[in-house]
Design a protein around this ligand. Structure first.
Ligand code: NAD
Length: 284
């Protein structure tokens, strides 16, 4: 089936230009990854301050993965800051990776709809919001698909291609073909809270957080998970995902985070994990 999807999606499709909205942990790294794989990428956020760190991370990635200086320079040139969103009208693929809030995402896609090239892929990187809920704000809800990348983008090949009840094989095939074109491994899944991986992973991470809150050592828990064969432990993973994002996903999956718990206090103190230098662990 994936071979069929691949062929269907590739027919006439060219993915030369990518526009990413949201230059945070995910958007920044998705943009850099696409530039690494040869695409021209415009990266949009509210202001330049928020885009700059993503460009710096991109440069580090290019230096690590590309051998020759001229290749690194070319990749740097392919990744462009775009506060005004000029890249939207030219893009073959648009990926939204802004905060995990339904109203913000709906507003972005309603604004995009009339500006896109015909046939361009319009995708959200949402972790947990059902696609239908975002798409219902659109004139053509069939246009929106999910392309759900995993953190850290440069290390994890999986991309969940999320199919809403509005989509046809055409949009999904194109999404899968794009994921393959950037060297990722697409898996098509139905839109449901948490999709596939988060639905399974979140109860695992929250279970570990509960044990830590009950007094178990986080280092011990993480070490046990690694000894069991996981690449990193669940608490380190929560810090990597970001506690704010983790909490939104947990809430979306109806698990919630108890008021006054350690998790809740860390989020309220702005200790959101790796990206702020401290979460359950200190990262500086
Ligand atoms: P983040 O907080 O690091 O970044 C979000 C960025 O969006 C910020 O830079 C913010 O300024 C920007 N933004 C907000 N409103 C905007 C607007 N109107 N226009 C342009 N930019 C705007 O968040 P993140 O962790 O990168 O998550 C982004 C999305 O990716 C969320 O939907 C999240 O659920 C999803 N996601 C996150 C992970 C993860 O591990 N963190 C994994 C997969 C998917």
């Amino acid at each position: 089936a994936s071979e069929g999807l691949k062929k269907q999606g590739t027919k006439g499709a060219r993915f030369a230009r990518v526009h990413v909205i949201g230059a945070g942990v995910m958007g920044g790294d998705i943009a850099a990854w696409c530039a690494l794989r040869g695409m021209s990428v415009t990266l949009q956020d509210i202001d330049m301050e928020r885009i700059k760190p993503a460009l710096d991370r991109g440069k580090k990635l290019f230096k690590k993965r590309l051998k020759k200086k001229h290749e690194v320079d070319a990749a740097v040139m392919r990744l462009e800051a775009d506060v005004a969103g000029k890249g939207v009208a030219r893009a073959d693929v648009i990926i939204e990776a802004v905060v995990e809030k339904l109203e913000v995402k709906q507003a972005i896609f309603s604004g995009l709809e009339g500006k896109l090239k015909p046939g361009a892929i319009m995708a959200t990187n949402t972790s947990s919001i059902e696609l239908e809920r975002i798409a219902e704000a659109l004139k053509d809800p069939a246009r929106l698909i999910g392309l759900h990348f995993f953190n850290p983008v440069a290390q994890l090949p999986l991309v969940e291609v999320i199919r809403s009840t509005f989509n046809t094989d055409a949009e999904i095939g194109k999404g899968a073909a794009f994921a393959l074109a950037i060297g990722k491994s697409p898996v098509v899944v139905k839109s449901a809270p948490g999709f596939l991986v988060n639905r399974v992973l979140m109860p695992y991470m929250l279970g570990a957080v509960q044990r830590v809150e009950a007094g178990e050592s986080k280092e011990l828990l993480d070490a046990a998970a690694v000894a069991f064969g996981m690449p990193i432990g669940p608490i380190e993973l929560m810090d990597t995902v970001g506690l704010d994002v983790g909490r939104s996903v947990a809430t979306e999956l109806r698990h919630g985070v108890p008021e006054g718990s350690q998790f809740d206090r860390l989020v309220k103190d702005g200790k959101l994990g790796r990206k702020t230098g401290e979460g359950f662990y200190k990262w500086v």
